[in-house]
Design a protein around this ligand. Structure first.
Ligand SMILES: [Zn+2]
Length: 318
C-alpha cells in the first residue's frame, strides 16, 4: 500500500487524491492533485511532478495522457505523480506563484512553516524524497524551444552519471548538462541521492501536442528502461549542450529566423534578420560560436536590445 495525501493504492491499483499544502486566503485548505499507481509486483518508485511553473502546461498534458496508459497490473514498482505543483500559478496561468510572487523551483527543499511556495516545496519534496528516480516536467515557458532534458546537479556531482543515464533513457534527443541555480528540485533531490532530470518539453502557450507526445514517450521509456514495465526501449544518441549563448536584436523591428530549432550552426552562420514593417532589412545577427539552435522568442516584434534566441554551446554527443 502506498499513500500520498488522500490517495491510497494497494498493489494492482491506481488511486487519485489531494495533497494538502496549507490554506488559502479564504481559509480553505489548498491541495495539489496526486496520483499513485501501485504495481502488482514490487519494485522501485518513480516520482513525477508537473507545473511547478504555473504556465508550463505541457507537463500537465503528459500526466493527463500517460497516467491512464500505465496499467498497475503490468507495473513492477510504484509511480507517484503530483499533477500540478504550483496550483496558485496554474489557476491564474502565471509562471510564478502569485501569492508570494516566487518561482517555486528556487525554494526547494522548502519549509513546512515557511512561505506559501516553501510550504508547497516542502510537501512535494517529502513525497519526492521517498522515490528512487524523479522527473520534474518543465518547458521553455511560452517561448519556442526544442524538446530537451536538463541535468542540473553539475558534472562533478556524485549522481551526475546516474542523472545522465536517466536523461538518455527519457530520450528527447537533446540534453542540457549545466548545473542549475540553488533551490531547484533537480539539485536538492540529487543531493539526497535520487537521480533526477527536468524534461523541458518545448515551449507553448497552452498545450503543444508534439512536445506532449515526446514527454509521454519519455516517461514510458523511463518505465521500460528501469524495469517498471516490460517495454523494449532503444536508447539513442543525445546531443548535449553545456550552456547557451543568448542573442539580442541590434535594432527594433520584426524577426525572421535563418535556422530551425535543432539545427547545427557554425560561427558566422546567420541566425536571424530584423526587418521593418515593409520587409526592408535592418540588421543581421550571426552566430559567435558553433552550437545548436535551441530557443527563440515567440512573438516576431522586437525592440533594440531585446532577447531573440539562444544557441546551445559546447556541444557533444552522449
Ligand atoms: Zn519551468
Amino acid at each position: 500500500m502506498t499513500t500520498v495525501g488522500t490517495a491510497d493504492a494497494a498493489p494492482g491499483e491506481r488511486a487519485t487524491g489531494r495533497l494538502e499544502v496549507g490554506e488559502g486566503r479564504d481559509g480553505a485548505p489548498v491541495s495539489l492533485p496526486v496520483c499513485v499507481i501501485e504495481g502488482l509486483e514490487d519494485g522501485d518508485t518513480l516520482y513525477v511532478q508537473a507545473a511547478s511553473d504555473g504556465d508550463e502546461l505541457n507537463g500537465v498534458g503528459v500526466v493527463n495522457r500517460v497516467v491512464p496508459m500505465i496499467d498497475p497490473a503490468e507495473l513492477a514498482g510504484t509511480v507517484v505523480v503530483v499533477g500540478i505543483v504550483n496550483v496558485h500559478g496554474f489557476l491564474q496561468n502565471s509562471h510564478r506563484n502569485p501569492i508570494d510572487d516566487t518561482k517555486l523551483n528556487r525554494v526547494y527543499p522548502g519549509d513546512a512553516e515557511g512561505t506559501t511556495s516553501e510550504r508547497i516545496a516542502a510537501a512535494t519534496f517529502e513525497v519526492a524524497r521517498e522515490a528512487d528516480l524523479a522527473l520534474d516536467l518543465h518547458q521553455g515557458s511560452t517561448s519556442r524551444m526544442l524538446d530537451e532534458v536538463r541535468i542540473r546537479c553539475g558534472r562533478h556531482h556524485d549522481l551526475h552519471d546516474a542523472c545522465l543515464e536517466l536523461a538518455s533513457a527519457f530520450g528527447t534527443g537533446f540534453v542540457l548538462d549545466q548545473k542549475g541555480p540553488d533551490g531547484q528540485l533537480a539539485r536538492v533531490a540529487a543531493d539526497e541521492g535520487i537521480p533526477i532530470v527536468d524534461p523541458e518539453l518545448g515551449g507553448a502557450v497552452g498545450w503543444d501536442e508534439t512536445s506532449i507526445g515526446r514527454g509521454v514517450e519519455g516517461v514510458l521509456n523511463v518505465l521500460g528502461d528501469y524495469g517498471f514495465l516490460d517495454r523494449e526501449v532503444e536508447r539513442s544518441t543525445q546531443v548535449r549542450a553545456a550552456g547557451f549563448d543568448r542573442y539580442a536584436a541590434a535594432r527594433g523591428g520584426l524577426v525572421r529566423y535563418e535556422a530551425e530549432l535543432g539545427d547545427r550552426v557554425e560561427a558566422g552562420d546567420e541566425l536571424f534578420r530584423v526587418t521593418d514593417v515593409f520587409g526592408a532589412e535592418r540588421a543581421v545577427a550571426t552566430a559567435e560560436e558553433s552550437g545548436v539552435f535551441w530557443r527563440t522568442r515567440r512573438l516576431p516584434q522586437v525592440a533594440s536590445g531585446e532577447y531573440v534566441c539562444s544557441v546551445g554551446t559546447d556541444v557533444d554527443e552522449v
